[in-house]
Design a protein around this ligand. Sequence first.
Ligand code: MGD
Ligand code: MGD
Ligand code: SF4
Ligand code: MO
Length: 671
Amino acid sequence: MVTTVRTNCPRDCYDACGIVVEVREGGRHRVLGDPEHPIARGKLCSKCALAYNGVWQDPQARLLTPLKRSGARGSGAFTPIGWDEALATVAARMNDTVARDGAAAILHTHYSGTLGLIGFLFPNRLFNYLGASEVDPDTICNAAGHVAWTLLFGNSVVGFDPRTARDSACILVWGANPSHSAPHAHEHWLREAPGKIVVVDPIRTESAAQADLHLQPRPGTDAALAFALLHCLGRDGRFDHAYIDAHTVGYDELRADIERATPAWGEAMTGVPAVDIEQAAAFYGAGPALLWAGQGLQRQRTGGNVMRAIGLLPALTGNVGKPGAGFSYLNLAPIIAGLDLDWLGGAPIARAGGKKVSHMELAERLAGDEFKVFFSWNTNPLASAPEQARLRAALAREDLFTVCCDVFMTDTARHADIVLPAASFLEGEDLTFGYFHVLMGAQAKVCEPPGEALPNAEIFRRLARTMGLDEPALFEDDAALIATMMAQMDLGFDFAELKRRGHHAFGDEPLQPWAEQHFATPSGRIELASAQAEAMGLPRTPQPWADDEPPAGRFRLLSPASKWRMNDSYANDPHAADRSGPPAVHLNPSDAAGLGLHDGSAVTLANASGRVPLVARLDDGVLPGTAVAYKGRWPSLEASGTNVNFVHTAQAADMGASSSVHSTLVTIEKA
Ligand SMILES: Nc1nc2c(c(=O)[nH]1)N[C@H]1C(S)=C(S)[C@@H](COP(=O)(O)OP(=O)(O)OC[C@H]3O[C@@H](n4cnc5c(=O)[nH]c(N)nc54)[C@H](O)[C@@H]3O)O[C@H]1N2
Ligand SMILES: Nc1nc2c(c(=O)[nH]1)N[C@H]1C(S)=C(S)[C@@H](COP(=O)(O)OP(=O)(O)OC[C@H]3O[C@@H](n4cnc5c(=O)[nH]c(N)nc54)[C@H](O)[C@@H]3O)O[C@H]1N2
Ligand code: SF4
Ligand SMILES: [Mo]
């Protein structure tokens, strides 16, 4: 007998798809897109269609019981143990550490495995209550952009409602690649938008190829490009001076920089032809216009400055808070819905004393003896973090006790002392959300977890109990958490009804989040010039900077989102791995010729952080001087035992101690 269950995809993805599962007793379930979901429209992305019907349901691949290491770290030798022994072992080490070294000697790291709100946030309650240290999750992804747009707009997590594209004359997609990272936005939203589409990306992505105009700047030159666009907009009378006077501060401090940034100067600084700069400014200036700032964009040494610079476009043209106008970095539906995420993550019960560690310093800090317990859950740093060689060496420390909680035997799990098996999103209830579209979804339980796997929250409730803790917030069950969140959202119906509907979209008409023109900055206005920035040691105003071209013999390596993997998830799905092919580096044919390479030549990328062998692919969509190798492979599954993060240099960006992965420089040698 086949029944169907409606649920939602909780991956770290712009699309937030609705799902329908055909449940087959005793067999594989079929996981499909929900035909009634406005984004999914009956289809999952190609990677999830493979992985949710593949490795996610494969009992051979899933972690089924807790495990205890029985061989060398990284060897993958483990003995199955029961939950009682696993939790007793972890609890004892954590309690001992608290007693001997203080809770700050426990370092936990977590991120984007599931973004189901309970699975994503509830485990933080335990670490917050203890006063443990945390690897700041956003430092691997988007912290620079958050700091930049908080300085500028006072908020970086509320953006335009994508439905407002119907009123827009232009959508400027700057440093996002929807064809990989938001496949439904690529296929439907951008194609159906009536306005002109302009994509700014050093790679001719599928989204760029499909756009009305593709600006292809050299990586790290975006701030200069933004100023050249502003020059054209100002010159052509496209600035909204009434808006500037009423809602911004600091315009006078920018004027000279904008005047100097002629299109010819812009071409020299960025490599984008002056005529294309003019054309992009004309499209955007026709207004109303939308600006979508990707997360890839700000993963640069001066990524914060880039974000502040491009944010000047909506500010000076008054493209804020009216139909068809706006800007978006993230657009967190839970915030718009009124959810109290601090409560969910345990801020009210937090004890002081825990340290924050940036991913950019993780390998270095773990190598010392500051931390005694390293607890990784919902993330796989031994695939996703920089400086892989150093990080692995640090995790080999005999006096460091490592716990990993995941759905699969990842590289991080292989290096752990104790592995805790997590249930997947098909196996428990939760709330899901959009961070581009304004949607909340119900995560319904489709089936029982395989083996003894448990949902994240249940694992941490049991651990807290085993540790002998008695704070009630550590034991709140999922039903109570969901009921509280439903009450906070006040949708007028309960979770059972949300499960029946699948999702909730806020209103039939596009929301206008900035219509009130309230900005949570010190002045209450958009801060084109910022005293706060100055106090942080940053320039008062965004600067028209452009990175130099790489020195001779070196290439700028971009390693953005892969079409076939979700971060480092699905690397272990055989069909997704087949589609993605061997690990490759895409090079401009002229660079390949200079290096004596053909399509398929074996090459090695190298720098002071490490080396990674790859296969060269000739690709005229990549700029000369640039190399592209998509992220997300598991070193343990590669013949070389490496991935691109072996050459990912841990250099913090200018803001937020955040990743500058797309500023990585490498040499390329024929192997
Ligand atoms: N070179 C390079 N590296 C990058 C980036 C880049 O652009 N280039 N991007 C960075 C970015 S933006 C990010 S966000 C990070 C993401 O890096 P990660 O957080 O490591 O990536 P994910 O694949 O999202 O999730 C990690 C793990 O969560 C597990 N998981 C899934 N569901 C659950 C669950 O319900 N419970 C538990 N316990 N585990 C679960 C998955 O099996 C997976 O192993 O990678 C960063 N790394
Ligand atoms: N399929 C798939 N989808 C994903 C993910 C995934 O791994 N796979 N990861 C998810 C996560 S965690 C995140 S954070 C998002 C990230 O998704 P996006 O926001 O799209 O970010 P990236 O894929 O890192 O990079 C996007 C584009 O930025 C470009 N870029 C790099 N450097 C520069 C530059 O200097 N200037 C400009 N203008 N562009 C530049 C890259 O060439 C790339 O095409 O995607 C999410 N969705
Ligand atoms: S990962 Fe994104 S595109 Fe794929 S099914 Fe999930 S929400 Fe949709
Ligand atoms: Mo991310």
